[in-house]
Design a binder for this molecule. Structure first.
Ligand SMILES: Nc1ncnc2c1ncn2[C@@H]1O[C@H](COP(=O)(O)OP(=O)(O)O)[C@@H](O)[C@H]1O
Ligand SMILES: [Mg+2]
Length: 335
């Protein structure tokens, strides 16, 4: 059942506004936020709905700060701000890989509000987390909720894919294969190796991702924001060929937390396009530049400083980072 239709509201015209468009961002900021349902398979309280302003509407996800599950390594109640900061970085690169994301008031208090990518899900109505303001326990319940919506469609294997594929955890819901697990040591043409993973079979299998320019740009953004959780289910594709990345709450830590599936270019030279984007970013986050001011409203001064260091480090090495430290570098499961 489609909540958008059931609530008597015509489905939002998602085609009219691209998720990362400036107009989308402005609408998310100033429109009226209406919650239509809840995504159950999430670590935090994740609601979906739409924002409306003067007849223009945009589908959105709304994660109230009150529904954030506390984490041991990030200060409480800061994930929404990190998501907005990640969007601001993507926006500054001009790559627009993260849907427009703003911090705003909503029916359950302040939260992040982000443009929805793809069709709105069929779902149960907003549940417990929504009814009482979405506290941390409810966020846990949401994750445990069985058989409910996961709009990203954590895709299962399909026939096409790299040579020797045994299974293909797909990212996104545009039908595009971005990730796969192959039997053997060769990633296959058009694929990049991530690392060996235990699948319960006799020998470890090789996790691979597509050798894709959009993913390569995203790998640079993840290195910049120090993303601690880049999974396949966070890569959403549209039939238009656009790719958007979501879920950046555990980013911008001062310590190296880069945990990602996108290790395929580790140690390789950055593209000239990436180097140019990093140089522009370095200027954009320099002290007293507008983006630096914006970021300092969202993350701590130490985190802004650490961000500058990561950008400078990437420019001076000229290479994609290698996994480092004892932090587990690959999220598991990968979707
Ligand atoms: N902008 C978005 N567009 C489409 N689906 C989204 C969007 N944001 C979240 N979702 C859906 O909600 C699910 C949970 O969101 P996620 O950001 O992973 O939440 P959490 O903060 O709990 O980790 C995602 O797996 C995806 O299905
Ligand atoms: Mg998540």
């Amino acid at each position: 059942m489609n909540q958008a239709a059931d609530c008597g509201h015509p489905p939002p015209d998602a085609a009219a506004l691209a998720p990362a468009a400036e107009e989308t961002r402005a609408l998310l900021e100033s429109g009226t936020l209406l919650v239509l349902g809840q995504i159950r398979q999430a670590s935090n309280a994740v609601l979906f709905g739409e924002v409306e302003h003067e007849g223009r509407r945009v589908p959105c996800v709304y994660k109230p700060v009150a529904g954030e599950r506390p984490l041991w390594d990030f200060p409480d109640g800061t994930l929404a701000q990190r998501e907005v900061a990640a969007y601001e970085i993507s926006r500054a690169t001009g790559w627009d890989l993260i849907p427009a994301t703003v911090l705003r008031e909503g029916p359950y208090g302040e939260g992040m509000c982000q443009a929805w990518v793809g069709p709105l899900p069929d779902s149960e109505p907003a549940g417990a987390a929504a009814e009482d303001g979405g506290d941390a326990d409810d966020a846990g319940d949401a994750e445990a909720g069985a058989g409910t919506v996961d709009a990203a469609g954590t895709g299962r294997p399909d026939a096409s894919g790299p040579a020797g594929e045994t299974s293909g955890p797909d990212g996104g819901h545009g039908g595009e294969e971005l990730l796969a697990i192959v039997d053997g040591e060769e990633p296959g043409e058009g694929w990049k190796p991530v690392g060996y993973v235990e699948t319960g079979s006799a020998r470890p299998a090789l996790l691979v991702h597509a050798d894709d320019d959009r993913l390569r740009r995203l790998a640079v953004i993840d290195a910049v924001i120090n993303n601690g959780d880049r999974k396949g289910g966070h890569l959403l594709t549209l039939p238009t060929g656009a790719l958007y990345a979501i879920d950046h709450g555990v980013s911008f830590h001062v310590d190296d937390k880069l945990r990602t599936l996108l290790w395929g270019w580790a140690g390789e030279e950055l593209t000239s396009e990436a180097t140019a984007a990093l140089r522009a970013l370095a200027t954009a986050v320099a002290e007293s530049a507008p983006l630096a001011g914006r970021l300092s409203e969202l993350i701590t001064a130490a985190e802004v400083e650490a961000l500058r260091k990561r950008i400078d480090g990437l420019i001076s090495s000229g290479r994609h980072p290698l996994p480092g430290g004892d932090w587990p570098a690959i999220p598991w499961p990968p979707v």
